[in-house]
Write a protein that binds this ligand. Sequence first.
Ligand code: PBG
Length: 338
Amino acid sequence: MIEGTETATGARFPQVRMRRLRAGSTMRRMVRETRLSPDQLILPAFAIAGRDARVPIPSLPGHSRMSPDLVADTARRAFAAGVPAMLLFGVTDHKDAAASAAYEAGGVVQSAVAAIKDAVPEMVVITDVCLCAYTDHGHCGVLVGDRVDNDQSLELLARTAVSHADAGADIVAPSDMMDGRVGAIRAALDAEGHVETTIMAYSAKYASAFYGPFREAAGSAPGFGDRRGYQMDPANGQEAVRETLLDVAEGADMVMVKPAAAYLDVISAVRSATDLPLAAYHVSGEYSMIKAAAERGWLDERLAAMEVLTGIARAGADMVITYYAEDAARWIAEGEVR
Ligand code: PBG
């Protein structure tokens, strides 16, 4: 008989056989540590102007830019599948230096929020608050020379958040990475009477290559340079905790790590550092990679997607923002995904 190494409790092989707990799917169900639930999933969507308009996004298979009426149809379907929340982005051709389309009343995001609230009042509507899809240069704030000016950007971000709350958004989610934006947005919301509007801060948002398909979808790639002057360096983990604690101090109600799959250690560190609800964003490139490999027959899409989403939850995320939200909710409902 082969004797194993003694463990801390003194138990060893063959008394200890870890495989006993893996003997069958029912046993595995009982001892499973992480149970991904549809309640944790948030579905992103891209809103455009018009009616009955749908423009597929080639690099995000299964997703389209949609007019507000079709965003509302998606909301109905997703909510029925068990997804409690959507995260909205706006796509527009009306771009200028001051990102005025970001905060105009009746803008695309504002209209889509109203359409969802009309169709599915119980659905939680989250809006992305950023300027990059509305500036003619594609950066996330106001330019002074070739630099994004932090403090001038705050005012426009706050105005954008207020316009989303005016339209009925339950949660505003600033993704710009300007310093002080959470505090500026909280103050502006409160001043306008939106004391109940929740802030989900993209606290640890990295300058990632995995946003590629999103930038195609939103037409928000920077016209020059990159976002490394405001988004985080992928090499930094400790800094994510500092960023998060600053957002908490400024009044964030929820925090976020983004991307997710390449940043599981960051999710875990942020989880330990704060009690606030924590979201992780499984971003466009992380979704498209699985899609592309599955299309080639290189991966089982369902198993690969569920493994990654479960891993993100296991790392400590309470909520997972994912383009797989609707599919995953159905897969979970269909039973054991393994
Ligand atoms: C806006 C924003 C981006 C994403 C979410 N909000 C793009 C970026 O920062 O360039 C990316 C989401 C995704 O890739 O799915 N600043």
